[in-house]
Design a protein around this ligand. Structure first.
Ligand SMILES: O[C@H]1[C@H](O)[C@@H](O)[C@H](O)[C@@H](O)[C@H]1O
Ligand SMILES: [Fe+2]
Ligand SMILES: [Fe+2]
Length: 313
């Protein structure tokens, strides 16, 4: 049967062998089995002036194995419109700070500190409630508090893929790592919490949004970090690559350390859902291994479905 004749729920498993499909079925209530987060302190906000705009490319329709990724979610929404939003100057400012300040050393230090998981302990729902007044300044599509985004994402995915309950849970928790902004989790500035992510320790790919600001990052001119491979080797696997620090890697670490039973596709999705240069632009393929390539289709499917907007297309 051709993929185009399937319903969206069927599409979620189309093109996959039984062995490649993530196993494990996790109901939303299982999130209560992820009890504790812990953390680090202090970091300060830096204000800067606003700069000019760039646009983004579209999401590819088909993965390498023929798996078809839907272009919009069940509500007919597609996203990441960097051109028509009034939020653009705020968005750009956040990326400017992100690109200047996320050096290899900053990421290494911050990740090591947060890996201690020693700042707070709470349920996933308590953590989600810390997001009830947090507006993500990197998101051109959404001005609502992030707790709404979590719930809307879970509902959008449940509508698109009613039988894939592990996806519902993944959506519900995928951005909980944004608690990094909260005083209980170290009050990190937005540039160290939100936005698209990219590897550090090797050249910044041209496809990264607002790429021009990397010129002010000390790593940009450091020969140890500015070649195609930098500190990495061909096919080393994304798990061996240091990503710019933010909510994705943090939530991945928390889930992992708390013994989550979510399948590897879910953990990959949580960890790399903001890695648009890789999953949407096709960059950094040379760092990926077989497992990364296998998981790619899940993060694409997730990203297409998860976003529910505040009225923007
Ligand atoms: O603005 C958004 C937002 O911060 C999302 O949570 C993140 O995952 C995206 O990659 C980013 O573009
Ligand atoms: Fe996110
Ligand atoms: Fe999100």
């Amino acid at each position: 049967m051709g993929v185009s004749s399937l319903t969206k729920a069927e599409i979620s498993t189309a093109g996959m062998s039984t062995t490649s499909r993530p196993r494990g079925s996790v109901g939303i209530l299982s999130m209560l089995c992820l009890p504790s987060f812990e953390f680090l302190s202090g970091n300060k906000m830096i204000a800067v002036e606003n700069q000019a705009l760039v646009s983004e490319n579209a999401i590819p329709k088909e993965a390498s194995d023929g798996f078809v990724v839907p272009e919009s979610n069940a509500f007919g929404q597609s996203f990441r419109d960097y051109e028509s939003t009034v939020r653009l100057s705020i968005v750009e400012n956040t990326y400017r700070l992100n690109h200047i300040n996320q050096t290899y050393d900053f990421v290494k230090r911050t990740r090591e500190e947060y890996a201690k998981l020693n700042q707070a302990e709470m349920s996933i729902w308590e953590a989600s409630e810390l997001l009830d007044s947090f507006v993500d300044e990197s998101d051109p599509d959404l001005e609502e508090p992030q707790i709404q985004h979590l719930l809307q994402s879970a509902e959008a995915i449940r509508k698109d893929y009613p039988n894939e309950d592990w996806m519902h849970l993944t959506a519900l928790i995928h951005d909980v790592g944004k608690v990094l902004y909260h005083s209980k989790f170290g009050s990190l500035p937005q540039w160290a919490v939100v936005g698209d992510t990219h590897p550090v320790g090797c050249a910044f790919d041209e496809s990264i949004v607002y790429h021009k600001y990397f010129k002010e990052n000390p790593d940009y001119n450091n020969p140890a970090y500015n070649t195609k491979l930098g500190v990495y080797s061909e096919g080393c696997g994304l798990e061996n690559v240091l990503m710019s620090w933010g909510h994705d890697d943090y939530m991945y670490m928390v889930a992992k350390a708390n013994g989550t039973t979510l399948p590897s596709a879910a953990l990959f999705t949580i960890r790399y859902h903001s890695f648009y240069p890789m999953h949407t632009e096709g960059a950094y393929k040379y760092l990926m291994n077989e497992e990364d390539r296998e998981n790619l289709k899940w993060v694409l499917t997730f990203n297409t479905s998860q976003k529910s907007s505040d009225g923007n297309p």
